[in-house]
Design a protein around this ligand. Sequence first.
Ligand code: CA
Length: 424
Amino acid sequence: MSGLRRSWIESAKSAQTDFPLNNLPYGVFSVAGDTPRCGVAIGDLILDVALLERENIISLNAAPLFAAPSWNLFMEQGQQTWAALRARLLDLLSEDGDPVLSGNADLRRDALVPMNTARLHMPFVVREYTDFYASRHHAENVGTMFRGPENALPPNWLHIPIGYNGRASSVVVSGSEIQRPWGQLKGPEDDLPRFAPSERFDIELEIGAVVGVPSTGPLSVAQADANIFGYVLLNDWSARDIQAWEYQPLGPFQSKATATTISPWIVTAAALDPFRRDTPAREFALLEHLQDDGPMLYDIDLSVTLTPEQGSETVISTTNHSELYYSSAQQLAHHASCGCPMNTGDLLGSGTVSGPKAENRGSLLELSWGGKEPFKLSDGTRRSFLEDGDEVTLRGAALGDGFRIGFGDCSGTLRPARSRESDA
Ligand code: CA
């Protein structure tokens, strides 16, 4: 494991920052309402790479790549350009690197923006969004609650990474408010469904993989891994009561379409490379097109906190990305196996990352066991599902020796369902 890469930016040397020089995650920012553009997090600052490109200090392409409000154009350039930017950023920001930025006070002032003065936007345009179901612990927990322990794991689960096509239109960046959805609800005792605000609104702790290189045919797992540009934290808000009524036979629909929140920073596969981990032992050998080809999960510690309105924060779950049964590379290879074209900006949710213990469960559905065992918050109150005003924050970091590769907070606050009368 490599140690901390030393930057001349002091705050990037803190063991607490999510953004040491080893990380260099990609986001989109604006300051005081100016034009959103590409930036790179370093310590408590954002490096304005659009400005450095304009000044010819970063020069990767004849046409500008970073003056846009998304990283899609850069992602389309492919792995060589990705590596070239990372190398140039490491050179510009290292203690012993190119002094063109570090040695120029005017340029430093213009190109380095305090993160706490910036607004963070969606880091990329989500072309399409697919959501998977890759944690065995999660699938067994939910299957037990929905269908009973004897049918917990569907028969296909150990052979293919199950997924469904979700909505790109409702993927939002951290900080966006979430509105409690209306939907059709039908409890086990109800004769007929009713249309009402969801009473069992939930979160899902996931990691999202961002496809960088497009493809038009089947991919090997190794090719799929190489095509992934990076990863975000992802909260796949879920209405469990709507889901329970609608999900058979075609899977979730309205229950998952309200919103999906992602972290503002894309952590690159290159930054996470030292933290690769193997998938677990297989109960059945996977068919050849899905077989593991080297370690493709990551040792990323993940947590969820819940903060009631005007209350204090409670950590309600801690788990790790390496608990998953399928890697994002396997999911992408599966997705492409029928010839489905994959595009730059496609987002692949891992599925809820639950671990083996009760405190490792990545959804409230599991933490409260379907509402039967409400869990405790630090103020002594109990929760089964979200209440209006609750703020949920996902955090994640790969822990190195004296540094952390983090994603920034992935937060959202639940607002009451819109009153239908007031719409008139
Ligand atoms: Ca999900």
